[in-house]
Design a protein around this ligand. Structure first.
Ligand code: BGC
Length: 879
């Protein structure tokens, strides 16, 4: 028996606001092994019973079960139902799957609503929120109603007394001048016949608030605004569109100040009671102003929205040595505090947020730089009041109570973690508690910094989409959560901001306007701008979304061509101002840039980007390009060798990162390989087998070792507990990944006050080594999205068990191994409609699940289909 289950449309369960040619995915359920889909039939219907079929694919011979496009252009703003039937290689025919549904977005360029504002062109300095209110009449029973809305700023929406949806910080942050997302909500159940009231609260957000470490505000405009377009489908078959217009009314409201960096001031006495009820007296409200809109830039939400995802209770409340009262939530995170309070009207609660305590155990905020992260709440009085900020988020583990009326306890506060709503895909648990905590810290680095865009950090006056950070971390991210929608959205903004010559800015959205450090004219930075190639490629390999690769291809090509245009002297790209091996420990005193020469890094990344572009061209069937970039990659490789290796094979730059890049990017000729590895081992020895790498060397150092006969050393590095190492911060109580190896030094003092984030995911990139080498799970780039996976766990480091799972697009993949003495037992599960190569470490295979293994000198491998397999290897070689 075979059955299609877990249906998703655009990778989301029953989404709203999809393209009119949505893409469908499903998984197979079967009690057999080695199950492959041979053909499938899809149906899209206007009704749940499939009596009004809009599109029937008929039975198609096709093994693909992810991102299958709907061939028919569907009507906009309609709920559609879909189902799928499959036939497998065991001659089984499934029943129709359970029906799933989706709602299509508005048609292209059809968001034509007027933007209305409670502010005016001189409101640039205001950080207050405004309230906007509109009434409309529903003439008869509505069958369905879909509300589409967006803002210049951030907004929250209410209809007839209820909040609409649960999206936070909508519409998110995009290149607002060319791409503004609208969100779609099904409001059918909230609508009533007669007069209805919509209310929007709008705050400055990224649009006009203080954003960027240069202290700038009004980056996109001086005035917040809101627009809404509601489609009503009546029972009688007629439709009506209601939009924001000049008849709406505006008012100031309880949010008297709100800034992403600085926090919020809220006066509950100013809440207009029942303001989205028809009986509300609107006489004191003012006229709205209207703003010209450009329908071409308003497009449907194309990534997962931000939501409040988890709640952490306060772990303890204590008085710090300096007398301040501090609440500890036990987890560094991004979001806000949910406050519960009771008191008199006009009483005030104030608190501040921070990530760490200082050496003496006091509340510490210097590393926030100019970000204030403060909340002030004025009570309306008399009842139990619950407050969560509307338009801001903070990075914190602790709050300091600056003012509170009466008694309070830990129960008055909860921490709400907010992040982009990406389903969790991976899990990792092994016998080493430190590594489990490390994986937890990496995951929380991701949760804290995947708030609509991939940010460097969530607390100080940056929170920007730094490209370098994202590219080093993306592969690790792909193991932890489903990154497909998140990166599609961000990569679209990257493409929008790419300069005509192909240059890519340091941060996306490009709030810094092609800022260049050292006050010199902007040039893109190696390892940062390469995100334009690396991020689409990695997203494709781990999610199987070829459309994303196709869409990104022009940007990828333009970036490589940009580097080519800057390269000279045998293709060595040495110009430009680079961040280099950022914050490496071998940097000169007073510099953030590590000792590895930036021209070597730039050439290495030029080679890497060209190589990935070649692979992308092959996958997309662009044969001429594939040949062209293959040749380019060869030429860069030759130039690299000529420039950076002596004729006897010594790599000219004697740093860990130089050797790591030369090895991992395949730039070391085979005759120099041994010497390069030996030197890397030697340099590590000089550091007593500790890291000295920065942002660009760290992600690959364990690979450079494990791929070159030094698995034991990779484990040793990973498991080191003293500074500098991945586990050192854990010994200091870290619950996220730090920006610096020594953010908090062994003596409790800080690395610095100004560049010292305790929630920077870059060094968490090592999680991909943990998943792919300890767990041994990887996706084969030639059959992406784990259509073919490679399962090759490589035990070592004294670890006696590891269970690693991955929710692939096809279903759950499991690698579960234990080691008892020199006997290794493995249980491996491969999802249906995929195949795998299982590679076991060297040893005697005493249980082989009926498979025939081929020995290649290093270990044995076998090809398998879907199913669960058990293996035992005796006398196993463990590093
Ligand atoms: C950020 C980094 C970023 C860097 C550029 C910093 O301020 O926090 O993570 O990549 O600037 O070098």
């Amino acid at each position: 028996m075979v059955q299609a289950i877990n249906l998703t449309c655009e990778n989301t369960t029953n989404p709203i606001g999809t393209p009119q040619h949505p893409r469908f995915s499903w998984q197979l359920k079967s009690d057999k092994n080695s199950v492959l889909q041979e053909s499938r039939q899809l149906q899209v219907s206007a009704d749940e019973n499939f009596s009004d079929i809009i599109w029937d694919s008929d039975r198609v011979c096709c093994s693909n079960s992810i991102f299958v496009p709907c061939a028919k252009l569907l009507s906009p703003q309609r709920r559609h139902y879909w189902r799928v039937k499959v036939w497998d290689n065991h001659k089984n025919e499934s029943h129709w799957s359970e029906a799933a549904n989706f709602v299509t977005a508005l048609g292209e360029d059809c968001f034509t609503a007027t933007f209305i504002s409670g502010e005016n062109a001189d409101s640039g300095a205001s950080s207050a929120g405004t309230m906007l209110r509109g009434e409309f009449t529903v003439k008869s029973r509505a069958k369905a109603a879909f509300l589409n809305s967006t803002a210049l700023g951030v907004y929250r929406l209410h209809l007839n007394g209820s909040r609409i949806g649960d999206i936070a910080m909508a519409p998110g942050w995009t290149e607002y001048n060319s791409r503004l997302l609208y969100q779609s909500y099904d409001v059918t159940s909230l609508l009533c016949e007669g007069v209805n009231v919509v209310g929007a609260m709008v705050g400055p957000g990224w649009y006009k608030g203080d954003i960027g470490f240069q202290g700038k505000r009004n980056n996109y405009g001086q005035q917040t605004a809101f627009a809404m377009q509601l489609t009503i489908l009546y029972e009688d078959g007629s439709t009506e569109t209601i939009s924001t217009d000049e008849n709406w009314r505006a008012s100031d409201g309880p949010v008297t100040y709100s800034e992403i960096y600085h926090g919020e001031t809220y006066d509950a006495r100013k809440e207009p009671i029942n303001w989205t009820r028809s009986e509300f007296d609107v006489s004191g409200w003012r006229d709205v102003s209207t703003l010209a809109a450009n329908p071409a830039i308003v497009v449907p939400q194309d990534g997962p929205p931000v939501r409040a995802r988890e709640v952490w209770k306060a772990e303890k409340i204590f008085t710090a040595p300096n007398g301040e009262v501090v609440v500890d939530f036990g987890q560094n995170l991004t979001g806000w505090v949910r406050l519960r309070v009771k008191g008199n009207a006009g009483d005030v609660v104030k608190y501040s947020h921070s990530e760490v305590l200082d050496k003496d155990g006091n509340f510490y905020t210097k590393n926030l730089r100019s970000a204030k992260q403060k909340i002030s709440y004025t009570l309306k009085g008399g009842t139990d009041e619950v407050y969560e900020p509307f338009f801001t988020f903070q990075g914190f583990r602790y709050i300091r109570i600056d003012e509170f009326p009466g008694n309070y306890s830990a129960a008055n506060f909860e921490a709400v973690a907010a992040y982009s709503d990406m389903p969790e895909t991976g899990s990792f648990k092994c016998s080493h508690p430190g590594l489990n905590q490390l994986e937890h810290n990496v995951r929380w680095g991701m949760k804290s910094n995947f708030l609509d865009i991939p940010t460097d950090c969530p607390q100080r006056d940056e929170r920007l989409g730094w490209t370098g950070d994202a590219q080093v971390f993306i592969r690790a991210a792909s193991y932890l959560h489903d990154i497909s929608g998140f990166f599609r959205k961000w990569l679209r903004d990257m493409a929008e901001s790419q300069l005509p010559d192909g240059a890519i800015s340091h941060v996306i959205p490009d709030i810094l306007s092609h800022w260049s450090f050292e006050n010199k004219p902007f040039t893109p930075a190696t390892g940062w701008a390469d995100a334009a190639v690396i991020c689409p490629w990695i997203t494709y390999v781990y999610t199987g979304d070829i459309e994303l690769l196709r869409e990104s291809y022009p940007m990828m090509t333009a970036w490589v061509e940009y580097i080519r245009s800057q390269s000279r002297m045998g293709l060595v790209w040495s110009d430009g101002r680079h961040f280099g091996d950022w914050v490496a420990l071998d940097a000169k005193d007073g510099s953030y840039i590590g000792a590895t020469p930036t021209d070597l890094i730039a050439t290495a990344y030029y080679a890497y980007s060209s190589e990935l572009l070649t692979k992308a061209a092959v996958r997309l069937g662009k044969d001429d390009d594939a040949r062209k970039y293959f040749k380019l990659r060869e030429e860069i490789g030759d130039a690299f060798v000529k420039e950076f290796f002596t004729p006897t094979g010594r790599l000219a730059a004697r740093t860990q990162t130089a050797h790591v890049l030369a090895l991992h990017f395949g730039l070391t000729p085979s005759e120099y390989r041994k010497r390069t590895i030996d030197t890397l081992v030697e340099i590590l020895d000089e550091y007593d087998n500790h890291l000295s790498t920065g942002f660009l060397g760290t992600p690959y150092i364990c690979y450079a070792l494990s791929e070159n006969g030094n698995l034991d050393l990779a484990y040793e590095l990973l498991l080191k507990e003293d500074y500098p190492s991945w586990l050192y911060p854990i010994s200091k109580g870290a619950t996220t990944i730090w920006e610096h190896w020594d953010g908090l030094k062994p003596d409790g003092t800080m690395w610095s006050d100004d560049m010292n984030s305790f929630n920077h995911y870059a060094y968490g990139a090592v999680a991909d080594w943990m998943y792919s080498v300890i767990g041994g799970i990887d996706s084969d780039p030639t059959e992406p999205g784990y259509r073919h996976s490679v399962i090759a766990p490589r035990p070592g480091g004294g670890i006696t068990s590891a269970i690693t799972t991955q929710l692939t697009p096809y279903g759950k993949l499991v690698s579960d191994w234990t080691l008892e003495g020199d006997t290794m037992r493995l249980n491996i599960t491969i999802p249906h409609n995929t195949t795998a190569t299982i590679a076991l470490p060297k040893g005697k295979i005493s249980e082989n699940a009926g498979l025939s293994f081929a020995f290649d000198g290093r270990g044995s491998s076998a090809a398998v289909g879907s199913g669960t397999y058990r293996f035992v290897v005796e006398n196993v070689e463990v590093k």
